[in-house]
Structure formats: C-alpha cells, structure tokens
Write a protein that binds this ligand. Sequence first.
Ligand code: PLP
Length: 409
Amino acid sequence: MPSQQHDGAPSQPSGGSHVMNTYARLPIALSHGEGAWVWDTQGKRYLDALAGIAVNTLGHAHPRLVAALTDQAGKLIHTSNLYQIPLQEQLAARLCALGAMDTAFFCNSGLEANEAAIKLARLHGHHRGIDRPEIVVFERAFHGRSLATLSATGNPKVQKGFEPLVEGFVRIPLNDASALQAVAQTHPNVVAVFVEAIQGEGGIQPAHADFLRAARALCDRHGWLLMIDEVQCGTGRTGKWFAHQWAGVAPDVIAMAKGLASGVPIGAVLARGVAATTFGPGQHGTTFGGNPLACRAALETLAVIEDEGLLANAAARGEQILHALRHAFAGLQGVVEVRGQGLMIGIELDRPAGALVAQMLERGVLLNVTQERVIRLLPPLIFSAEQADALVQALVPAVRAFLQSAPTP
Ligand SMILES: *Cc1c(COP(=O)(O)O)cnc(C)c1O
C-alpha cells in the first residue's frame, strides 16, 4: 500500500487527519437536518442559508425525496449505460421540456457537465473544419477544477501550480459586448461562447440580459454555440427553471449540476439543434452518470419544485431578502452593493469579509463569502418567509458589528 511506510505503520500526516488538506474547514460537523435547519454534533441548531453551496434545493430530509430515494435504493441504484435506463429517459425529456432543449447527457458533477460542453464545442468546431477551435470565456468565471475547466475558469488562484493550462480559451470581461464583437474579428477559430448566467464564485455577478442577447446574435451570425453554465444558478434558484430565461435567450448548450438532485451527485448537459446530435457513440461517456438513483432524485426534486410552487417561492423570498437588506444597509459605509436574483444573493463589502463566516456560525447561520468581499446567500428553495426574516435579523447586526470592528480598506 503506497500510503504506508516500510514498517507497515500508517504515515502521520500533519494535523492527524488522513483526509487531504484541500479545504480549510470550519470547526463544526453537522449530524442531521430538517428543511432549512441543521444541527451539529453538539446539538446546536443553524439556519442553513447556503444549502451546501446551492445543492440542497429541497432543504434537508424532505419527506418526498427521502421516500423516493428509499424506494429506488430498494430497486436499482446502478446498472451502467450499456443498458436502457427509463428514469434517465424520463429526466432527459423533463429537462428538455423545461429548457426548450432537444437532448441531454448525464454525468456526476458541475465540472463534468462543463467538460462535456467544452468537448462538444470542440467537436462541433472540428465538424465545421476548424482544427484548433477556441471558446470565449470570461473574467472571474468559475467552471470547475479539472484541467480543462480550471483553464476556462477566470481565477488565477484556481489555476496556479497546475500549468500548463489547456489551450483554446479566449478570455474577455463579462458584459462587454464590444469585446465579444472584437473577438469575432480577431479570432476566426472561435466555436462557442461559454458563460454563467449569473457568476456564483465570481461574486454573484449577473450576465446582463442585453449582453446575453448580443452574444446570441453574434453566435447566430458566426455559427458559434451559446453555452450557458447553469450549474449554480439553475434548477429554479433564481425563480425561473434556468437563470438565462430571465433574458429570454435560447442557448445551444446548458450545463447543470449542484441543485439538480437536491444533494445526490448529478450533472447534466442539455443541447439543442446542431449541438443536440454533435456527439456520437464512443465520443463521450461515464460509468456512474445518469444512474437510476441520481435520476430518480432529480425527477423527484423537479416534481417537488413544481408541486410546492418553489419557483414562485424562490422569487418571493429573494425579493423579501433583497428588499430588507437594501433597506437595512442603505447609506451604510462599507456595504458596496446588495445584488442577486431569487435565492442567489450577494452582499459586496469594501473589505475582506471572510471572518463573517465564523461570526455567523456563532450566531447560528450557515452562509459563505466568495471573492473575499462578497457575502453569499444560497438558501434552499423551501425557505419560508419566517426563515428569510430570521436570516435578515441575524445578518444585519452581524454585518454592522463587523464593519465597526474590521479595519477599513
Ligand atoms: C460549482 C460550480 C462548478 C463546478 O461544479 P462541481 O460539481 O464542483 O464540479 C461549475 N460551474 C459553476 C458555475 C459552479 O458554481
């Protein structure tokens, strides 16, 4: 065993943990949850305003999800894509109907969905006779941590140490239609534009509706694919099934993951038109992707979103939180902007805000800070009006106290 020393004793990693040190973890462990509440192993209760980073769409232990998973686990968990998988067919049909798309490919995570989208775009280029296809990506984008997706990502910290990066990406600022137009002149090998409808890790930065429409028009003119990363902002989080639907654009490719199966690992690529038939047998694949358990969890998640009116709830709770925070922070020195759509909300401060995560943990709220200065709220879609109110009541005094104590920039 390579992890053991010659005498057979396990080598002693620093800190005594045998888990690789890829996360600076908070000092709590959660034991169980119910709805938007979770409890740690010491019995302390927290309001979950992060949902496992936009994953726990239905909150924790939703009775319908528990029943569906229990039932499915007793029937089939995995079969392999060597066979027909009726639940995968059903989920593909459902997602294509919701997104006005034609076909779906299922995988297990966001980076896998994006990796498939990147491969699809390159293959599309090769089909058009472009041997060295390029994809337009954006500053501050986040698409994952595989070599291709970290190369597409616009955060040097994610890339540092993993060079050489995968080539074939052209990066421009988000919402800069003239930069995109210029790329059309200078880069004849472009085959696709790849953009998050709302940047998540990038600090809750929306792609503007007029920018997405301009991108759609340029894609039409040049035969490029418009590929939208909906891994974080999709699955109803913004109050529509997909965040790009607010702009009324029709993408060629959509990547999904995070909240799609409410915590069971899944990723999906949806494609339309020429993109829907770009891949042929043997050109992409996965062992686990689209297995019966994950597909059942996704189908149940989508059904509950519909049956419980969770799109409308996400929109209403989002408005409630945005309105209350804007009111509370109006004129407060240190708060740069409160922005978002539905239950994807960012509060940008003028100074590093990472310390707030532990302070809010102390106050019994789970949230997160991204881009160093942006407090990020991603509550489950089942968040109630009372819970939204409780979140605001806890967050506002904490931010005020933080701004008084933390050094000004
Ligand atoms: C989280 C995220 C990813 C990566 O998803 P993983 O499941 O962690 O691989 C990709 N794109 C966006 C927009 C994300 O938020």
